[in-house]
Design a protein around this ligand. Structure first.
Ligand code: UD2
Length: 299
């Protein structure tokens, strides 16, 4: 309608002017070769961004999977998200679980403007399948539900704890996150899938970054395309009796290299490992992967 074409004025906000010759961060890469911003503390003003996103009345979905024993991680994730994730915005938590009956009486209350939604999904025997099938389930729910309820999706692992601000600065058409173990590594050291028979194959002389499987997102349409592509790539590999070395993460890396480079990239501030301590360039550690005993929790 005509109303949509009218300019809407932003609220007056006072802030220091950006200095062209004095970048806030000189110690880290702030932009990719295709001009996607890499999000580090110091490079953005959250007041400006909040104002822009509030003006659009943006709704955000956070997806997590809590299948089988991983249900034990859910409470901490949601409770810490309540303190740090998209505070002041409209948030739907989408929890995919095989144990809906066990979790509906979960003792978690979420703030106003926020909803906790449980989606019942099948479980798989192999943990690799649980992890990989997330692509199919996020794809299906994007079409059936998310497209009507939210504007952006943020898709993360469940064995995590928020401990500092994560806000609308991460939102973009499609975003990926630098894997905390690889952002200073060479291409040669990236654990991409190296067998040419796999749909996830990336040769040694190619690659931009090594992205984490456990943190991506974007507009619903873009997340649909991403998850649909990765799911089909996995099915093709399955039919050919091959499975990429790091499962969904390998297919995601292939997608971000060859099909759609991220329009925004999250620094390892957004995904860090508890056991790795800290580092001078990390001004914040916003989301921490919890220490777990993989053999125990996956079986
Ligand atoms: C890495 C990636 C993960 C995925 C995986 C593939 C990060 C931080 N993590 O994590 O996203 O790409 O490698 O190898 O980048 N889950 C269940 N129940 C299960 C098993 C898994 O709910 O029985 C879900 C749960 O949400 C979990 C996720 O699948 O967080 C990934 O599994 P993981 O955390 O065991 O995988 P991990 O730590 O190797």
């Amino acid at each position: 309608s005509q109303d949509n074409l009218k300019a809407v004025q932003l609220k007056r906000i006072l802030y220091p002017k950006a200095e062209t010759l004095k970048p806030q961060r000189t110690d880290v890469l702030s932009v990719s070769p295709w001009l996607a911003p890499i999000v580090w503390e110091g490079n953005f003003n959250i007041d400006i961004l909040n104002e822009q996103f509030h003006q659009r009345d943006v709704r955000i979905g956070l997806t997590v999977f809590a299948i089988k024993k991983y249900i034990r991680f859910l409470k901490t994730l949601i409770e810490t998200a309540e303190k740090f994730f998209m505070v002041g915005h409209q948030v739907n938590y989408y929890v995919f679980t095989d144990l809906v009956r066990n979790v509906t009486n979960f003792n978690i209350t979420v703030g106003t403007g926020r909803r906790l939604v449980f989606l019942e999904v099948p479980s798989y025997k192999r943990w690799q399948d649980v992890s990989m099938r997330r692509m199919q389930m996020i794809r299906d729910a994007s079409q059936q539900r998310f497209a009507y309820e939210v504007d952006y999706l943020v898709c993360i692992d469940v064995d995590m704890r928020f401990q500092d601000h994560v806000g609308v600065e991460i939102l973009s058409d499609v975003f990926g996150t630098l894997h905390p173990a690889f952002f200073v590594k060479t291409r040669h050291q990236f654990t991409y899938e190296r067998r040419p028979q796999s749909q996830a194959y990336i040769p040694e002389d190619e690659g931009d970054f090594y992205y984490a499987g456990g943190y991506f997102g974007g507009k619903i349409e873009e997340v649909y395309k991403l998850t649909n592509h990765c799911h089909h790539a996995m099915l093709t590999d399955k039919a050919n009796n091959i499975e990429a070395v790091w499962h969904d993460e390998s297919y995601l890396n292939n997608y971000f290299l060859y099909y759609k480079k991220p329009t925004k990239i999250l620094s390892p501030e957004y995904l860090w490992n508890e056991r790795d301590g800290t580092a001078h360039y990390l001004r914040k550690r916003r989301l921490i992967a919890l220490h777990k005993n993989p053999d125990e929790v996956r079986n």
